[in-house]
Structures are given as structure tokens and as C-alpha cells.
Write a protein that binds this ligand. Structure first.
Ligand code: E4P
Length: 220
């Protein structure tokens, strides 16, 4: 399973990349606004220089021609740019056209399995089902991942499931068990992947015992 970070904050991306297990980055217009980005092209380029993997850059247009124009422009920034296109009628048409040109597409804002099937048929490299936002409205976000996995496996579809809107490491564990290809998550969830209280207390005990032994050896 690939690990992507879901942020436009360069410091967070740098920190996650330093772990050595980061495979890519997803951004969206809200994350770009939160990071206070003013120069989009330069910002995407910086991200691509920090991480050797697919970097999703989302279009703002909602009409077919506009999505094509933005998508074709975004891919000139860096070969790792993946064009993020929302699951709307015009978006599906644009996915079909851009995918035929060899553009990597991440179809975003997926909330039901049939939307994922449509995006895959149109040629998207990734589909992004939003787990947390479904949980927020009282639905089972993880069921969506299971359903898409089943459908894609039924038909040998190679489009990758990129689980998004991941809020905690139980989502992450569930995604790994469900066979999600990629999980994109905030830095807080990346940090939580390597944390366990018993790891911390166990390490403290090992270090304390080692220090005690060293003292005993010195005093002999
Ligand atoms: C996915 O690519 C989105 O950027 C993201 O995961 C949305 O997450 P949110 O629901 O926490 O905003």
C-alpha cells in the first residue's frame, strides 16, 4: 500500500518525506488556500522536488474545455503531476480525453462505488473515495472502500483506489485490510503510524536497564 500525504504545506511534506516511506502527495484547493499559496506553478514544482512520486494538482474549472486547458497546463510543470478532476459530468468527459492523451488522472470527490466505476471506465489512474466525510454524515466510509475493491477485482480494473479523507490510524488499518492501493493522510496520521505507548515505555525500560548495566560495569 502506498502512503501519500494530504497537504500543500511544504514543511509538512518535507517532514513526511524525511521518514523515507512517502510515495506521493495530494492537494486540493482548500489545502492550497490553507497553505497560503500565491504562485501555484512554483508551489507544485517545489512539492515535486521534495517527493519522488505522483503529486495531485486539482483543476478549478467545472466545464469540459476549462478542465482540459487546466489539465494540459498542469502537466507541463513536472512529469509527476497527476491532474485531479472532480466526479462531475464534465469531469468524466475530460478524464476520457486527457487519459487518452496519456495524462495521469486522480478522480476526486467519490462518494459511491458506481462513481468509482465510471471514473475507472473513463481512464482515471486513481479514484479518491472520501472516507471521513461519509463517516461525518453517519454513513460507513470504509464500506465504500470494500465495495470499490470488490467491483475493481470483479472486472480486473487496474485503476488504483486512493483512500482519502482519512482522519485517524484506524482508517489506515482498515484500508490496508480492505486492499486499498494508496492512502492519503494528514501529517498527524503519518506520525501516528509509528506510535505505540508500549513501544515508548518499552524503549525507556531498555535504555534505563542499559544505563544501569553500564554504571555497574564502571564501578567494578
Ligand atoms: C483528498 O485528496 C482530499 O484532499 C482530502 O483527503 C479531503 O479530506 P478532508 O475530508 O479531511 O478534507
Amino acid at each position: 500500500m502506498k502512503f501519500f500525504i494530504d497537504t500543500a504545506d511544504l514543511n509538512e511534506i518535507r517532514e513526511a518525506a524525511a521518514l523515507g516511506v512517502l510515495d506521493g502527495v495530494t492537494t486540493n484547493p482548500s489545502l492550497m488556500a490553507k497553505a497560503g499559496v500565491t504562485d501555484f506553478r512554483t508551489h507544485y514544482l517545489r512539492i515535486c522536488e521534495l517527493v519522488d512520486g505522483d503529486v495531485s494538482a486539482e483543476v478549478i474549472s467545472t466545464d469540459y474545455e476549462g478542465i482540459l486547458r487546466e489539465g494540459r497546463d498542469l502537466i507541463t510543470i513536472h512529469p509527476n503531476i497527476t491532474v485531479k478532476i472532480p466526479m462531475i459530468r464534465e469531469g468524466v468527459k475530460a478524464i476520457r480525453t486527457l487519459a487518452a492523451e496519456g495524462v495521469k488522472i486522480n478522480c476526486t470527490l467519490i462518494f459511491n462505488p458506481i462513481q468509482a466505476l465510471v471514473a475507472a471506465k473513463a481512464g482515471a489512474k486513481y479514484v479518491s473515495p472520501f472516507i471521513g466525510r461519509l463517516d461525518d454524515i453517519g454513513q460507513d466510509g470504509m464500506q465504500l472502500i470494500h465495495d470499490i475493491r470488490d467491483i475493481f477485482d470483479n472486472y480486473g480494473i487496474e485503476t488504483q483506489i486512493l483512500a482519502a479523507s482519512v482522519r485517524h490510524n484506524q482508517h489506515l488499518l482498515a484500508c490496508a485490510l480492505a486492499g486499498s492501493d494508496v492512502v492519503t493522510m494528514p501529517l498527524s496520521v503519518i506520525d501516528s503510524m509509528i506510535k505505540h505507548p508500549l513501544t515508548d515505555s518499552g524503549l525507556q525500560k531498555f535504555l534505563a536497564d542499559h544505563a544501569k548495566l553500564t554504571e555497574q560495569l564502571k564501578s567494578k
